[in-house]
Design a protein around this ligand. Structure first.
Ligand code: ATP
Length: 238
């Protein structure tokens, strides 16, 4: 089976400084893959390059198409979607209008189905659909950012630090929804500093340090790796 997303020998630089240095990764259909690593390892940079926000040297293919040089909107049309670390919602617009913006490229019938799907995944958003995004709690804003990214019916959802700033009980909620996405046929590439939560839910994991992958494998194996336990899991608690 060919991978849904395949990145080979990717390099991403800010001027002369290489933040991503020759990484390769794959995400298969119906897979949750996580990239864990400390602050500044290059995780956000890599996601942004896959989305086309930053130029990538190397190769990237998605759904049997070479996307290395595609514009962002063509990557979206191919089925890629990114929920950025800072969520980037329109705070003075309602929940419903924020969701509608995520569907502006798709046909009306698809948008109607997407609304239904998002409201089923996040009943809280349905309850608050008339409320302004800026008045939502942090957890609800994360749900809205994910909901908006799902409105275009992507094949792969990339999530950048969805747990950032959220209480553990909300994090559990968000991660449960990530599991439901896979059941709904959406693959997930999840970047997280909360390694414990990410490894629990993922099928496979990559560990990133200083722009490189130093380890990869089934999430359960990575969670049991002595180096990972010492560096990323030792002092975290549920
Ligand atoms: P975080 O969890 O803090 O977002 P990260 O693993 O996602 O960490 P990146 O944000 O991708 O890491 O940063 C990787 C490296 O690139 C860091 O050394 C960072 O300082 C640098 N960097 C990030 N953004 C820029 C930028 N716009 N200009 C220059 N250097 C940058």
């Amino acid at each position: 089976m060919s991978a849904l997303l395949s990145v080979s020998d990717a390099h991403v630089a800010y001027g002369k400084v290489e933040a991503v240095r020759g990484v390769s990764l794959e995400v298969l259909d119906d897979e949750i893959v996580t990239i864990i690593g400390a602050n500044g390892a290059g995780k956000t940079t890599l996601l942004n390059a896959i989305m086309g926000i930053l130029p990538l040297r190397g190769a990237a293919a998605f759904a049997d198409q070479d996307i290395t040089r595609l514009e962002i909107e063509d990557r979206v049309a191919a089925g890629l979607s990114l929920v950025p670390e800072h969520r980037e919602l329109f705070s003075t617009m309602s929940v419903e209008d924020n969701l509608q913006l995520g569907a502006f490229r798709v046909a009306k019938a698809v948008a109607a189905r997407s609304f239904e799907r998002v409201y089923t995944l996040f009943p809280r958003l349905k309850e608050r659909r008339k409320q302004l995004a800026g008045t939502l709690s942090g957890g609800e804003q994360q749900m809205l950012a994910m909901g908006r990214a799902l409105m275009g019916a992507p094949k792969l959802l990339m999530l950048d630090e969805p747990s950032l700033g959220l209480a553990p009980i909300i994090v559990a909620d968000i991660f449960r929804t990530v599991g439901e996405l896979r059941e709904a046929g959406v693959s997930v590439l999840l970047v997280e500093q909360n390694a414990q939560a990410a490894l629990k839910i993922a099928d496979r994991a990559y560990v990133m340090e200083l722009g490189e992958f130093i380890l990869d494998g089934p999430a359960a194996d990575i969670a049991g790796n002595a180096r990972v336990v010492a560096s990323y899991l030792g002092f975290q608690h549920d």
